[in-house]
Design a protein around this ligand. Structure first.
Ligand SMILES: *[C@@H]1O[C@H](CO)[C@@H](O)[C@H](O)[C@H]1NC(C)=O
Ligand SMILES: *[C@@H]1O[C@H](CO)[C@@H](O)[C@H](O)[C@H]1NC(C)=O
Ligand SMILES: *[C@@H]1O[C@H](CO)[C@@H](O)[C@H](O)[C@H]1NC(C)=O
Ligand SMILES: *[C@@H]1O[C@H](CO)[C@@H](O)[C@H](O)[C@H]1NC(C)=O
Ligand SMILES: *[C@@H]1O[C@H](CO)[C@@H](O)[C@H](O)[C@H]1NC(C)=O
Ligand SMILES: [Zn+2]
Length: 484
């Protein structure tokens, strides 16, 4: 299990502002109890694999090859890292197109172009898909589309230009503030992992009575998986778990989750009774290796960075296809080169395993789980693995719609609410399905902004508006959780 990393240095000025009688100083080691001996609802025998079924969904537009996924291949050290070199992947000339998939045969053609490595698909729903046309492929794909009479809109005509403009350096005032604040985190920029981790540690140091940080495991490349907890220590509190950054390139997600953390930690005393009566757990970057890789090498990397098998040049598992409820079913690939590779078995990846172990062994009474992704503006509840819903889906739908309403009232963004398989397409092995199967009632995958204008390359000016309206949604969730 993770090591205890609570800092002992106190900053008297800050802590003195937080000595309200509501807040108990918890003895170190007592505030993150595990429930080891408690029997979990998790049903191991549910981990059977469904056969991979042919379907016409977006996520199926990948080259499927039969899995040779066997445990003994797990530990073989892999080549290819050096071969990849250190140069940044250049998306000059790459474009983003919005393509209607309602016409017969369009998905088949997209699948073919994908196998020829000319395109990749980003977000999509049942009628549209955003298609990345790779550099140098624009002429050929244009020819195919025109031959097949497929219509499309060019949304981004030079992706690299967008990438270059996305995350500009902070201005001098901000840098000055950064230096005075004690941490470097802002919501005016997408920050590197180190800034995020130092920010979490800073809060634990500054507000030791309510904030603590625990490393719940390590990523494949050895980075910490840091969970921050905010709690007034009341043993009857319900708990909410929030994570971000399962998919590396969805930068708005860790930015939003850290915004929540900042808001709740810095203003705890003034927060609503609903907020104070909840034990908050945050894992802002589930996939730190992938996240760093998107900053250093490939802005559009999605998976983690664990190599697949020897002799294959492909890296990474889609962590959101690696969770152990109905693992291996629809909308996940057995091909390690696929963007939606499910891994060699359920929880084959250290990141998904650490997260699941933490949730299973924590004594916290988790009543809600939110996992933040981008993009598309959806509030999705289980199930993801197939077009089915849990028995309490009406409760989830009501809460989801109330959250969506609060978001729209606050910032104007319109979120669609529904089950992930029903509203989008089946995708098995998601974290939300697994957490729901643990008995956590309000489980949602949130697809943040936008709806495809910038896609993953959302300019930094969007961070605060997106995070602020999302926080309004979180307040609604907290009110439902405290009513349980
Ligand atoms: C556990 O899985 C078995 C086999 O799939 C199934 O028969 C049983 O109903 C499941 N139990 C629960 C509580 O889901
Ligand atoms: C699907 O995506 C298109 C284009 O982004 C959008 O206009 C449409 O409303 C979406 N459909 C649903 C059901 O969300
Ligand atoms: C585009 O098509 C031409 C002619 O069919 C072919 O020679 C070329 O390799 C193709 N380019 C790509 C990037 O596939
Ligand atoms: C595309 O449209 C043209 C003219 O509308 C038609 O002649 C042609 O057969 C169509 N091609 C396909 C593949 O549908
Ligand atoms: C956990 O919360 C649920 C409501 O979500 C409640 O029914 C249950 O009694 C709580 N369990 C404990 C041990 O507090
Ligand atoms: Zn995602």
């Amino acid at each position: 299990m993770g090591s205890w990393t609570r800092m002992v240095v106190l900053l008297p000025f800050f802590t003195s502002t937080f000595c309200t009688p509501l807040i108990n100083e918890l003895e170190p080691g007592k505030d993150w109890p595990t429930r080891g001996s408690v029997k979990q609802p998790y049903n191991q025998t549910d981990d059977v694999q469904d056969p991979i079924e042919a379907s016409t969904t977006t996520s199926e537009l990948v080259n499927e090859t039969p899995s040779s996924g066997k445990d003994e291949l797990e530990d073989i050290t892999i080549i290819a890292r050096a071969a990849e070199g250190n140069a940044k992947v250049d998306y000059s000339g790459a474009q983003l197109w919005k393509v209607s998939t309602e016409k017969n045969g369009v998905r088949v053609i997209l699948g073919r172009l994908k196998r020829r490595n000319l395109i990749a698909t980003w977000a999509g729903n049942q009628t549209y898909v955003d298609v990345l046309i790779k550099p140098n492929a624009v002429a050929n794909v244009t020819r195919v589309f025109s031959r097949e009479n497929i219509s499309y809109d060019i949304i981004i005509d030079d992706l690299q230009k967008r990438i270059n403009e996305e995350n500009p350096p902070l201005d001098e005032n901000e840098i000055e503030l950064q230096n005075r604040r004690g941490h470097r985190m802002t919501w005016k920029q997408y920050h590197r992992l180190q800034d995020i981790h130092e920010f979490l540690d800073y809060l634990a140091t500054t507000y030791p009575k309510i904030v603590s940080v625990n490393t719940i495991g390590k990523s494949y490349e050895g980075r910490d998986l840091k969970v921050l907890r905010i709690s007034n220590g009341n043993p009857s509190n319900k708990a909410i778990f929030i994570d971000g950054g399962i998919h590396a390139r969805e930068w708005i997600s860790p930015a939003t989750v850290t915004f929540f953390i900042n808001q709740i930690a810095e203003n705890f005393a003034e927060e609503s009774e609903d907020f104070k009566g909840i034990d908050w757990y945050f894992l802002p970057v589930v996939n730190p290796d992938g996240y760093e890789y998107t900053h250093l090498v490939d802005r559009l990397w999605r998976k983690n960075r664990k190599p697949a098998y020897a002799g294959r040049a492909c890296f990474g598992t889609d962590l959101n296809r690696n969770f152990g409820y109905r693992w291996g079913g629809k909308g996940a690939s057995s091909n390690p080169c696929s963007e939606i590779y499910r891994g060699s078995r359920a929880f084959s990846e250290p990141e998904s395993r650490a997260l699941s172990e933490f949730i299973k062994t924590s004594a916290a009474n988790f009543s809600a789980y939110l996992t933040y992704h981008s993009y598309g503006q959806y509030l999705l509840y289980p199930w993801g693995y197939d077009n089915a819903v849990p028995p309490d889906h009406k409760d989830l739908d009501v809460v989801g719609k109330n959250i969506a309403e609060a978001i729209q009232k606050t910032g104007g963004s319109k979120y669609s609410v529904g089950s992930s398989s029903g509203l989008l397409y089946p995708a098995s092995g998601g974290s939300d399905d697994w957490v729901k199967a643990q008995g956590v009632k309000y489980t949602f995958t949130v697809e943040l902004s936008d709806t495809g204008r910038y896609g993953f390359i959302l300019p930094t000016t969007n961070i605060e508006p997106v995070a602020r309206e999302s926080l309004a949604g979180l307040r609604i969730l907290a009110s439902y959780v405290s009513k349980l």
